[in-house]
Design a protein around this ligand. Structure first.
Ligand SMILES: O=P(O)(O)OC[C@H]1O[C@H](OP(=O)(O)OP(=O)(O)O)[C@H](O)[C@@H]1O
Ligand SMILES: Nc1nc2[nH]cnc2c(=O)[nH]1
Length: 180
């Protein structure tokens, strides 16, 4: 049972699903007359993206980008690496970046600059979680699910050393689990 490693549940499965519905309705309105390119940032955004796109009731195209700046650590290295690039051109497209969390802001800052350089028509960000206390660069999401406190959170896509992404809720690990 992986749940035994959790100290505290911060956001329950029900709260997550309710928020996904709400964000889906908002994004349906936003993109009703467009054909946006929804870009999921792997791997963390996968469960959120999977649930969210089913609640967006308009035409959307999907693509994925895999970038990493944390490795196995709980602190960002600051250096964003492209592990997998897009299959689609963003030129002239209305891009919706789907993220699980904004912490330092460096990952999204890098992606926004990249998509601007590649001439996207518009770029918006939807993030499930925002940790404003972690911010190192000036970066704001257009749509935010929940603000989270200054703690390393796991679950619903978010990992610690590649584990816990499959928890259905967002929680904080027991201190003895961390190896630092
Ligand atoms: O705002 P930042 O400080 O840049 O942190 C946010 C990023 O960190 C995590 O990704 P990670 O690099 O751990 O890769 P993962 O999604 O594969 O877990 C998360 O999924 C975000 O992409
Ligand atoms: N799992 C996880 N990944 C992150 N990446 C940036 N912040 C976090 C966090 O709090 N938890």
């Amino acid at each position: 049972m992986i749940a035994q490693d959790i100290e505290q549940v911060l956001i329950s499965e029900e709260e997550l699903q309710e928020k996904v519905l709400e964000l889906g309705a908002t994004l349906t309105e936003e993109y009703r007359e467009k054909f946006p390119l929804a870009i999921g940032v792997l791997k963390g955004a996968l469960p959120f993206m999977s649930d969210l796109i089913k609640r967006i009731d308009t035409y959307i195209e999907l693509d994925f980008m895999d970038v990493s700046s944390y490795g196995n650590a709980t602190v960002s290295s600051g250096e964003v690496k492209i592990v997998k690039d897009l299959n689609t051109s963003v030129e002239g497209r209305d891009v919706l970046i789907i993220e699980d969390i904004i912490d330092s802001g460096k990952t999204l800052n890098y992606l926004v600059e990249l998509f601007k350089y590649r001439k996207a028509n518009s770029i918006k960000i939807v993030t499930l979680l925002d940790k404003p206390t972690g911010r190192k660069v000036d970066l704001k999401a257009d749509y935010v699910g929940f603000d989270v406190p200054d703690a390393f959170v796991v679950g619903y896509g978010l990992d610690y050393a590649e584990k816990y992404r499959n928890l259905p809720y967002i929680g904080v690990l027991k201190k003895e689990i961390y190896s630092f």
